[in-house]
Design a protein around this ligand. Sequence first.
Ligand code: UGA
Length: 431
Amino acid sequence: MHISVVGTGYVGLPAGTGLASRGNQVTCIDIDEEKVEKINNGDCPIYEEDLPELLEEMVSQGKLSATTNTAEAVADSDITFLAVGTPMNNDGSINLEYIKQAAEDAAEGIKEKDGYHVFVVKSTVVPTTTEEEIIPILEVVSGKKAGEDFGVCMNPEFLREGTALNDFLEPDRIVIGELDEKSGDTLEKVYSEFDAPIMRTSLKAAELIKYASNSLLATKISFINEIGNLCKELGIDVYEVADGVGMDHRVKRDFLDSGAGFGGSCFPKDVRALASFMEDQGEEPRILEDTISVNEDQKTKLVEQLEDHYPDLSGKKIAVLGLSFKPGTDDIRQSPAIDIISELKELGAQIKAYDPKAIENMKEKHPDVEYTSSYEEALEDTDAGLIVTDWDEFNAIDRGDLQTMNKALLLEGRRMSYDVDEENREGITWP
Ligand code: UGA
């Protein structure tokens, strides 16, 4: 099938590359000319496991190309995925500016087209958006009728940053929200090579499945962090509790890793957007609000813990290890490290920070911090080290590294498995 994908971000590019590898002819569309040129040269513009290799292969085999011309690419394809960002407005609600523009540009492509075309909303949008906001744009701009002249689906994406390609190619399930049967049948063909159960449903149910999934996962994290804070008081290891609870197949152990809270471009934004949407509908989002507020407190708990050791942090040298919101990415959006550094600065601490991938991004948020090129350098001569992201390389921290510190003290915001004496280490929600 000929597929066009609007947006070459963390969803669009892995999806486009993955679909090309499953025998489709794919055109990726982006307004950023530099990105388009990179892709056409076989260079991957984002940091993602296995993606650069597959992208290069697909481009060199002529199965994937990129363009800035949306209308032309849409006209030359059978199906168009809209995979642009849906960021958060200041009030927590969803910003539909980019997806509306993408729909408008894409609809231009089918004005003159004779054959049937299907538009697939892959971006995360709150329930009813596809029906009430996207379809009217597609109809007005194209002058055609949805459900007759063209089809519409809502196909949420559940991939995680860092493992996006693999998650896209091997999903737990594929959810197809459809305007009508023909739209859904066409999209189902695209996934015929995928080994995953396919669920067919309405457009708005598909939209809500995405938000409910992310919100439940975020709630699991805030829940285990709340239990973890109690564990800390009682001298219990929260990981033992999570293991014990997670052995129940109704609960599952996944996403019960307690720590410095969740960050990233999805959970914080999506939980807020769902809460804001619920309020608009006259419903009170009690659990969602608590999920958010537990998380906000959790992000800076490490600093409180540090104050137990140093009631006055002014002039203390603190190493912050890990800046990205999770390992395997250079993305710092909503990363606990941002808040931790802000709070440490306010308290007058001197900060040395290190991350294997995210330093350049953090420099934009916190230009006045000393960044180092290794964790060894960051720890040297400091009064404490805070582990904020569980990059695998931090597991190599050993007693020798601690000897270079003014005081051998590591506070862990993420569970590590390094070989450091217990009296020198302390967990955020474990002893
Ligand atoms: C998340 C979801 O996991 C994906 O299914 C979804 O498709 C994606 O959002 C999205 O909506 O696009 P992502 O934000 O890439 O994916 O990252 P996760 O691996 O889910 O981690 C999110 C945050 O939760 C990280 O800060 C991580 O450290 C934290 N986390 C995760 C925990 O604190 N504990 C856990 O047990 C798991």
